[in-house]
Design a protein around this ligand. Structure first.
Ligand SMILES: *Cc1c(COP(=O)(O)O)cnc(C)c1O
Length: 398
């Protein structure tokens, strides 16, 4: 084996799956319980009871044994009918992919074009909805955070645009990258359907996904003819057999993992979780600013107000970002996010979930070392700038 600095625990700084806390891993390490009664059912019920608060809703929540793509399908099949039209608010890649999945199911899509470096424009949403005089648009599909571009869309502003247009479409928000990272207030913001997965801000391995449904979404369910046996909310809401909630054998290890992760979120407090993500994301942004001082490195998202607290997409100009990632992974044990979409030379840093300053500074310091090794001029240290930002989150001396 050639000599290398990579030995030790590999740091995975991709935007999901995120770092799994040891406490969550330990909670999963259990033999099979009785799946029909007893402790597993109690744990599952407690997870179901705690999930609405994570999305800040008093509405219903459904858990599915699937990933984010499955949650997309569950959301659409339970609320829409064949031939219904949805308005896709293009933003990076994920809202578009959600719409394309709908098309395979017989949903028609209209797309409001977006940009790779900016958020969805709420004024354009209002104009589009005002033009829909016949009320053909049944739902709006939007991501809170697009994981490819690292934009954070302004969901309350999009809701306000819908209200200004007086349009009755359901508002469906993909929070797969952002739940547990960014402030999200499902009820207060008037969101009808929220979807998320277990493996990003929620710190659990991939395999579970969640759909939260407002009373209006449950009303739409009554007439939705895209319902299918597996995703159908009806049997999953019943009281009689617990296993129907999962449409079959429950995902036992994932239920234990979710219990541990929800305990961690509760102990820290959701507001504190959001604050921690803000401070750590500010540190990442300070590093990117510093790296860009004398080089072509820059934030993909141009407006500071719309940069996500969960993931940062970094443009590297002429610098070969793939080569940089390769050096980071093979020689230094750091896995960075690949460029998704047509952004040119770019890489992504995930900063979601179970993360603290030593982990994040390790990632930023390793990126800086790789940039230096590739000959990038860095008269200002990104790590220094990040540390200064993190200092603002530490208690002042008495
Ligand atoms: C990760 C992600 C998805 C896809 O989730 P999977 O679990 O990979 O199916 C969808 N939307 C967003 C915003 C994501 O970040």
């Amino acid at each position: 084996m050639p000599r290398s600095l990579r030995h030790g625990r590999q740091m995975v700084s991709i935007p999901g799956p995120s770092v799994i806390p040891d406490r969550v891993l330990a909670a999963m390490h259990q033999p099979m319980p009785n799946i029909y009664e007893g402790e597993l059912i109690d744990t599952s019920n407690s997870v179901l009871n705690d999930l609405p608060a994570i999305a800040r809703t008093t509405g219903n929540v459904f858990i599915a044994v699937t990933n984010g793509h499955g949650a997309w399908e569950m959301a659409l099949t339970n609320t829409l009918s064949r031939g219904d039209k949805v308005l896709v608010l293009e933003s990076g890649v994920f809202a578009t992919n959600w719409g394309q999945m709908g098309e395979t199911m017989g949903i028609k899509t209209q797309t409001l074009p977006g940009a790779d470096r900016a958020p969805v424009d709420p004024d354009a949403v209002e104009t589009t909805l005002r033009a829909d005089k016949a009320g053909d648009i049944k739902a709006i599909l939007v991501v809170q955070v697009d994981t490819a571009t690292s934009v954070r869309n302004d969901i309350p502003a999009i809701r306000a645009a819908m209200d200004a247009a007086g349009h009755p479409a359901l508002l469906m928000v993909d929070c797969i990258a952002s739940l547990g990272c960014e402030r999200f207030e499902m009820d207060k913001w008037g969101v009808d359907v929220t979807v998320a997965g277990s493996q990003k801000g929620l710190m659990v391995p991939p395999g579970l996904a969640f759909v939260w449904a407002s009373p209006r979404a449950m009303q739409a369910y009554q007439s939705a003819d895209l319902r299918t046996g597996y995703w159908d909310w009806g049997p999953r809401s019943g009281e009689d057999a617990h296993y129907l909630r999962y449409c079959g054998t429950p995902p036992i290890q994932h239920i234990y993992a979710m219990r541990a992760a929800l305990d961690m979120l509760k102990e820290e407090g959701l507001e504190n979780v959001w604050w921690r993500h803000q401070v750590l994301a500010d540190a990442v942004r300070a590093a990117i600013d510093a790296w860009g001082h004398a080089s072509e490195i820059e934030h993909n998202i141009t407006s500071t107000a719309h940069r996500s607290n969960a993931v940062s997409t970094v443009l590297t100009g002429a610098l070969d970002a793939d080569r940089m990632r390769e050096i980071a992974e093979q020689e230094a044990g750091l896995v960075l996010g690949i460029n998704v979409g047509d952004l040119g030379n770019a890489f992504r840093i995930g900063h979601m979930g179970h993360l603290n300053p030593p982990m994040l500074l390790g990632t930023l310091g390793t990126v800086e070392a790789c940039l230096l090794q590739m000959g990038v001029a860095l008269p200002v240290s990104g790590v220094g700038a990040a540390a200064a930002e993190i200092a603002t989150g530490l208690s002042p001396a008495d």
